[in-house]
Design a protein around this ligand. Structure first.
Ligand code: SF4
Length: 421
């Protein structure tokens, strides 16, 4: 690879790392002493397919020049960073060369906006069209659409990309207007609606005709920045819920705000809110696979996720009147809601109890985390009567373990605190 391309690659792969819409590896290991491999700064990230396979993607921007000035973005117009832009052929060649060498199995392509939205989107489309039609590239392609790009270009992108995404970035229109005044919600939601309709229509056509070209077969996704604006977790998960239900999104990704620019409109933070981001992912999981509604997990009176414990446990502790649940007779939907019981364990429980009543030993074999579940279940008369324990005790025992020195110390401190207050 010549030096010019290498330099562009290091700038544009580095700028792409802030987009979390595909999981990224953060390795920093260099290739020293002519060893094999190099995990540093070359934009290879990992993503997961629907069947759970992990695929390596070349993750780059076409350019980090941008005519917009979004406050939270490292590529914003007013930021003093080194700029670069690939040509269409350079991205195509890089992708093909990396693919042939088995470095990657696909491409994740995004871009700043140079000249105009359509000018940029048209180049993204040319890249993926060339890969698919001239080079017969059958690897995975994920393309970020450019805000404000015309519907024809988005339609065409869907013919060549497996996944399309439209980044919302900020969880409310007010924040978007404040921090990214050149963008507007309508320009984000309209292409999302267009992609949703295109996917539905494509499925219907496929049912009728065999040889219909695919349209964004791996669906669409979006990204929300968490912590750059004042929205509560409740507002964020309500928005997420409406995106899954209204736009059929495959995934909503959460990106803890990383301060990359000096801007008085942004909060002063030194660390990205990693735990908050993690709790939001757990909540997202509960809404997609465990039948929870956003308003059950949080409400205006409890607008933030508990950072200390996972949202399912927090829900169970707030709703202790529905527990204990009898493992041998409760509905599948209720079993899913027991802390310590995952979707796979719940299915095993429901399948196995048809043959014989289950005991706590069975549950342990099915992968149930009894350390958590024991406070919320009864099982053939075996139960720890959780009603004897108050919420704080259950919380401490789950977090630190019953009888541990730390648990005892925390209990002591809390008791002292309670007496003093
Ligand atoms: S449009 Fe995209 S690349 Fe440009 S400043 Fe805004 S977030 Fe950054």
């Amino acid at each position: 690879m010549n030096e010019r391309i290498q330099e562009k690659l290091s700038i544009l792969a580095d700028a792409a790392k802030y987009d979390v819409s595909c999981s990224s590896s953060g390795g920093k290991r260099k290739n020293e002493n002519r060893g094999l491999g190099n995990a540093e700064g070359m934009g290879i990230c990992h993503s997961f397919t629907e069947d759970g396979r992990c695929v390596s993607l070349l993750k780059i921007l076409l350019t980090n020049y941008c005519i917009f000035d979004c406050a939270y973005c490292v590529s914003r117009r007013s930021n003093d960073v080194k700029r670069a832009a690939f040509t269409v052929d350079e991205v195509v060649d890089l992708t093909m060369n990396f693919y042939r060498r088995n470095y990657i199995e696909g491409l994740f392509l995004s871009s700043g906006i140079f000249k105009s939205s359509d000018y940029t989107m048209e180049r993204l489309v040319r890249i993926i069209k060339k890969l698919r039609t001239e080079h017969k590239f059958n690897g995975y392609i994920h393309v970020k659409t450019i805000p404000g790009a015309s519907p024809e270009l988005i339609q065409e992108a869907g013919l060549y990309a497996d996944r399309l995404s439209v980044n919302i970035e900020l969880p409310s229109e007010l924040s978007l207007t404040t921090l990214a005044p050149e963008k507007n919600y309508q320009e984000i939601l309209t292409p999302m609606g267009q992609i949703r309709d295109g996917i539905v229509q494509n499925k219907e056509e496929k049912a009728l005709f065999k040889k219909v070209p695919a349209f964004a077969a791996a669906g669409q996704s979006t990204q929300l920045i968490v912590g750059a604006s004042a929205e509560t977790d409740h507002q964020i998960i309500k928005l997420t819920d409406s995106l899954y239900k209204g736009y059929g999104l495959k995934r909503v990704y959460y990106s803890g705000y990383i301060p990359v620019t000096d801007d008085a409109r942004l909060p002063q933070v030194t660390q990205p809110p990693v735990i908050r981001e993690h709790r939001l992912y757990q909540t997202d999981w509960l809404m997609r696979f465990y039948g929870f509604e956003a308003d059950e997990i949080l409400d205006p009176a409890h607008p933030y996720l508990d950072l200390e414990i996972d949202p399912k446990l927090a829900w169970a502790l707030r709703n202790r009147h529905v527990f204990p649940v009898d493992i041998n007779s409760a509905d599948y939907e209720m079993i899913l809601r027991i802390p310590g019981v995952g979707a796979r364990s719940a299915k095993r429980i429901v399948a196995a109890r048809r043959f014989a009543p289950l005991s706590l030993d069975h549950l342990a074999k099915f992968g149930v985390v009894l350390k958590r579940a024991k406070f919320f279940i009864t099982c053939r008369g075996q139960a720890l009567d959780a009603r004897e324990y108050d919420e704080q005790t259950i919380r401490r025992q789950i977090l630190f373990g019953a009888g541990s020195v730390r648990s005892a110390l925390v209990t002591q401190q809390l008791d002292l605190f309670a007496q003093a207050s």
